[in-house]
Design a protein around this ligand. Structure first.
Ligand code: NAP
Ligand code: ZN
Length: 401
């Protein structure tokens, strides 16, 4: 049974600061230095209002146009409302989606744009109604920061498919502020408790951050299509999502093959646990392969899919999680003659995101990360685009000046 994250139906303005908070902010009473404004959670229940104060000035890295490099920005984080958690960001993964949005590749982006949806931080303040977190806890934020909570998909723990449209972590209209959301390339973030993920003690924090997007995006379809031992599984594209997909598939004791366009990644694919690794540009090698139950494509743009669809067994499925533009070269008969499916999938719900974090921590599954300073984000973007990431950049926000 779905556990609703709010105790009553929510309207978009249900997440707005209370009138008392708004008045305090208006009078400048909550604009005191951050540390001075923190109140322990225990006292908060007495007031029934915001306990963390705010709004807070925060440092961020973002883009001011589709063509400008990312640079330092001053932003504002909203008042910590009764159900909100304020995180001091420690690490934030760099997803290819960050690049698509920063560069307006998925349609016009609202600028300034602060990307980042693989966020791990330390709880610095909690609202009076928060029950899941206390100050000092380590917590994570993935791709969503709110949803209606009442539609049938939200009720089924599928907030990523909210029928009223969820609020993404960045570049989404934000009912809480009337502006657009700003993501985790920042030293602070305020998020509604339901959308904050518990990070188990002992987790390797930089290597866990990418699981909040790359992990859930590849775990969720494996759950949905019941990928299980004995099957043959292929991962197309060995980047951030792809390398986590390999580790998650290996954990299911399936036979894994990586399809890469980079000859230099063949050895890595085997090191990550894949039994097979194929250069997908090698037409002869592609033809000679045994058929697959399940393929997952993490390729960031449209590419000819039919050669991969031809590799599916009867009733096999190719799930596209990468390309979000019109797909190329898919033949009706190529699908029909083996009752094959071509499907898509978007991230995963909050309960399932918690599940993948707990699952990976228990099994010591982590991303292979290269830690970078915020000032090196533009070089990291270029290396991701050039397929030269091994296999996820993570920004160390603890050092941001
Ligand atoms: P990434 O780190 O850049 O990895 C993508 C990999 O795909 C590359 O390393 C490369 O691997 C391969 N590739 C790149 N361009 C290619 C091309 N033109 N043709 C064939 N192969 C190519 O990216 P990511 O962070 O894993 O994200 C992958 C995609 O998933 C992005 O488009 C991202 O926006 C999307 N995404 C979707 C969701 C969702 O919910 N559906 C969630 C997160 C991300 P090889 O060198 O091995 O060929
Ligand atoms: Zn992502």
């Amino acid at each position: 049974m779905h556990k609703q994250f709010d105790d009553k139906p929510r309207s978009p303005d249900a997440v707005m600061p209370s009138r008392r908070e708004a008045l305090m902010v208006g009078a400048g009473l909550l604009a005191a230095p951050l540390m001075a404004s923190l109140v322990p959670a225990a006292n908060a229940a007495d007031t029934g209002a915001s306990v963390g104060g705010g709004p807070f000035p925060a440092r961020a890295y973002g883009a001011t146009s589709a063509t400008s490099p990312l640079g330092p920005l001053q932003i504002e984080r909203r008042v910590v409302g009764p159900r909100d958690v304020l995180l001091d960001v420690l690490y934030c993964g760099v997803c290819h989606s960050d690049i698509h949005v920063a560069r307006s590749e998925w349609g016009p982006t609202h600028y300034p744009c602060v990307p980042g949806h693989e966020v791990i931080g330390r709880v610095q303040a909690v609202g009076s109604a928060v029950t899941k977190f206390k100050i000092g806890d380590i917590a994570g934020v993935g791709c969503m920061v709110n949803s209606c909570g009442t539609c049938e998909n939200c009720q089924a723990d599928l907030e990523q498919y909210c029928l009223k449209g969820n609020t993404l972590t960045y570049d989404s209209p934000d009912p809480a502020t009337g502006k657009h959301t700003l993501g985790g390339y920042s030293n602070k973030i305020v998020v509604t408790e339901h959308f904050v993920i518990r990070i188990p003690p002992g987790a390797d924090l930089p290597a866990t951050a990418p699981l909040l997007c790359a992990g859930i995006t590849t775990f969720s379809p494996m759950q949905h299509w019941k990928v299980a031992g004995g099957q043959r599984v292929g991962v197309i594209g060995l980047g951030g999502l792809g390398h986590v997909a390999v580790k998650l598939a290996v954990a299911r004791k399936v036979d894994v093959t990586v399809f890469t366009t980079s000859p230099g990644k063949i050895a890595d694919a085997r090191r990550l646990g894949a039994q097979g690794a194929v250069l997908s540009t090698d037409v002869e090698a592609m033809k000679g392969l045994a058929k697959f139950d399940f393929l997952i494509s993490t390729v960031p743009e449209a590419f000819p899919m039919q050669p991969f669809i031809n590799l599916l067994k009867l009733d096999g499925t190719l799930v596209n999680v990468g390309a979000m533009n019109p797909l190329e070269d898919v033949h009706g008969l190529g699908l029909a003659r083996a009752r094959r499916s071509l499907a898509g999938s978007i991230i995963g719900g909050i309960a399932e995101t918690q599940e993948v974090i707990d699952y990976c921590t228990a099994r010591n599954i982590k991303a292979d990360v290269e830690l970078i300073q915020p000032a090196n984000i533009n070089k990291a973007f270029d290396r991701v685009v050039n397929k030269d990431v091994r296999y996820r950049f993570v920004i160390d926000m603890t050092t941001s000046a």
